[in-house]
Design a protein. Structure first.
Length: 397
């Protein structure tokens, strides 16, 4: 593992990391002090001066969100929209497509459950068809199978970059090349990858990308990012509009704005928006590639230690594996493991299939323990995690 990463700074600026072992970063990471301070300061200004007045005074901080997100994704600020969550960002993009009977939507088997619900709702409404592309031998989307499914009926390719219920990283750039070659729009759900690994929308080839603030960017909850390629913006009319996204120009006419903010609401979580800009800048200060190397290294170490434990089965798929580590034990169900780890000051989560329902059904899985690491975690925390987990499992003998 790269010893040059500034772990001392990361731990010092994560105020409460010594009080617990937080391995639930794929749920919500601990905010670093500069981000939490920015959030609290903004809220205190709202308390003192009023919400509208604070927004007027904090225009530079609010505008910084767009510039920071654009730098993170290698795009321009006018291609960025703020949303109250990654799900809402994704919804605003997906529900802008107008499907007809016979149209096809291509997705992957480990797709996020909320996305699948949206696909199926539109299938029911419009007569379109949802097609699941099979996995390859690594458990990730089979790009060749995807290419073989592409025909004139395909109107959208949409996948999750990193599925919520496992450690795999789907080959997004290869999917982008297939989509671009066929002239098909490509929507990438980057909820788990934003802040964990470099995302260059030009290199990936996606037309739309959604992400969250609360996970690997270490921003506040209630914040999300939507990227829409400039050449694609005018092709999509958002599913609903207000005075942020459009302008009333006559009693019977309106104009939709020409930038990505046509996908925004007028009312926003302004404190969260400002703090998310700080969170993005904070992540970039370490270097996203350095964060990826640190997170991947910790996760590889955790997987190796788990693989050595009797009765433990690591469930991660994919040729490339990220900071999400999932496993089952022969001794105890996942929810009991989570509860007992919590009693020892260790945070994990349980993937029960709702997030990756189709994949779990295909694999015969009902629930997994999900331990997701971040760069401020340590090898000593992994040692402690393994020690406590072993004691919990030994107690069942």
């Amino acid at each position: 593992m790269d010893s040059s990463f500034d772990l001392t700074r990361a731990r010092r600026e994560t105020r409460y990391c010594e009080e617990m072992i937080h391995f639930n970063n794929a749920g919500a990471a601990l905010m670093p002090a500069p981000v939490a301070d920015a959030l609290h300061a903004y809220l205190q200004k709202e308390e003192r001066y009023g919400g509208y007045e604070t927004a007027d005074a904090e225009q530079a901080a609010l505008a910084r969100f767009y510039a920071a997100a654009a730098e993170l994704l290698n795009c321009t600020p006018d291609e960025i929209a703020f949303a109250e969550s990654a799900t809402r960002a994704w919804d605003m993009a997906f529900y802008s497509f107008r499907f007809k009977p016979g149209d096809k939507i291509l997705t992957s088997i480990p797709e996020y459950g909320s996305n699948i619900i949206a696909y199926l709702q539109q299938v029911r409404r419009t007569g379109a068809e949802l097609v699941y592309i099979p996995n390859d031998e690594y458990g990730q989307i089979d790009v060749r199978a995807l290419e073989n499914q592409i025909d004139a009926r395909v109107k959208l390719i949409a996948i999750s970059h990193i599925p919520t219920g496992g450690g795999l990283v789907n080959p997004a750039a290869a999917v982008g090349r297939a989509a671009n070659s066929a002239g098909i729009p490509f929507l990438l759900d980057a909820c788990q990858s934003m802040g964990q690994l470099p995302l260059d929308v030009a290199e990936i080839g996606c037309d739309l990308l959604s992400g969250t603030g609360r996970k690997y960017l270490r921003g506040p909850r209630g914040t999300g990012v939507l990227y829409v390629r400039r050449s694609f913006i005018r092709q999509l009319e958002p599913p609903f509009l207000d005075q942020r996204s459009a302008t009333l120009i006559a009693p019977d006419a309106f104009e939709i704005r020409s930038d990505a903010r046509r996908f925004e609401n007028w009312e926003q979580y302004m404190a969260g928006k400002a703090a998310l800009g700080v969170a993005i800048d904070y992540a970039v200060s370490y270097g996203i590639a350095a964060i990826q190397a640190r997170v991947y290294g910790l996760a590889d170490s955790l997987r190796a230690r788990l693989n050595d434990m009797t009765g433990v089965t690591v469930a991660d798929e994919g040729r490339e594996k990220c900071g999400i580590v999932t496993f089952t034990t022969a001794q105890l169900p996942a929810d009991v493991i989570k509860r007992q780890l919590k009693a020892h000051g260790i945070n994990v989560s349980v993937s029960d299939g709702s997030g990756t329902f189709v994949s779990f059904q295909e694999r015969g899985i009902t629930a997994l323990v999900r331990a997701s690491v971040h760069y401020y975690n340590t090898e000593e925390e992994i040692d402690r995690f393994i020690e406590i987990l072993a004691s919990i499992l030994d107690a069942t003998l």
